[in-house]
Ligand binder design. Structure first.
Ligand SMILES: Nc1ncnc2c1ncn2[C@@H]1O[C@H](COP(=O)(O)OP(=O)(O)OP(=O)(O)O)[C@@H](O)[C@H]1O
Length: 246
């Protein structure tokens, strides 16, 4: 059996005395798209921030078989882990290209030649960003901003890309486009951990899914099986749960 790219065992995390994650176990094999779905406040962002090293946690986090739970954020980036945060955190007054350059500079201290070729790879994946490379990012559409946030994370050449609610605030058609991008990205060899409230869209693109409720995994299985599970349908795929913003 090959070593999983990411193996989480008994992970606890929270904010001071407020414990949010109560012993999470999760496995992600190389080349896979794994999704974590669940309601508001379940702890999805807390999970990603703990995996990235932004928040402290207790428990095991192994990346390619190597324990990383005591590593800094920067060390985890160097190993190939990247996060696209929920708030996207772009520099609104800077151009698309400068946001990408800054991503490369901050995350990997890439030399000019390296970041140029990495930017070209991002543009190959997102031709729309190339067309708009001189536009300030504050004037991009929601979908384009999400593409730029993903592109910026790709500047560190990650093997594991974690996406926190990429569909948030986007119209259904744009959500489809972003998720098609996620699939295209997987074709380039990047493994993906996708956190989503939009369970329907997430289960369509993922290979495997976990349901996170009140800081615990309540259910997990192949995505196509979860999509037909009565509990998932009732709670997450019913009419009331399909609404997205815009
Ligand atoms: N900085 C913080 N300080 C204290 N509590 C926090 C902080 N951030 C989040 N929480 C709490 O932790 C719990 C889990 O939040 P988290 O953002 O991880 O959930 P989520 O599943 O990502 O929800 P959403 O889909 O709404 O983003 C919530 O009760 C939230 O109020």
């Amino acid at each position: 059996m090959p070593v999983p790219l990411l193996q989480i065992t008994g992970l606890h995390a929270g904010y001071g005395r407020a414990q949010v994650l109560h012993g999470i176990d999760l496995t992600l094999d190389k080349g896979r798209i794994v999704t974590v779905i669940g309601p508001n406040g379940a702890g999805k962002s807390t999970l990603l921030n703990t995996l990235m090293g932004i928040l402290p946690g207790q428990g095991g986090i192994a990346y390619g078989g190597q324990p990383v739970q005591t590593m800094t954020l920067e060390e985890r980036v160097m190993l190939g882990i990247a996060l696209v945060p929920e708030k996207r955190e772009l520099f609104a007054t800077m151009t698309v290209e400068d946001n990408l350059v800054l991503g490369g500079f901050r995350q990997m201290r890439l030399g000019q030649r390296q970041w140029r070729s990495q930017i070209d790879e991002v543009y190959a994946l997102f031709p729309r960003l190339k067309e708009r490379r001189l536009q300030v990012s504050g004037t991009l559409s929601g979908g384009e901003r999400q593409m730029l946030a993903v592109g910026r994370a790709l500047m560190s050449r990650p093997q594991l890309l974690m996406l926190d609610e990429p569909s948030l605030g986007l119209a259904p058609l744009v959500v489809q486009e972003i998720l098609a991008n996620v699939q295209a990205l997987r074709e380039t060899g990047v493994s993906i951990l996708l956190v989503e409230q939009n369970a329907r869209a997430a289960l369509e693109v993922a290979d495997y899914g976990y349901v996170l409720e009140m800081g615990e995994i309540s259910l997990h299985g192949p995505a196509h099986e979860l999509a037909h599970d009565a509990r998932v349908i009732d709670t997450y795929l019913g009419a009331a749960s399909t609404a997205t913003a815009d």
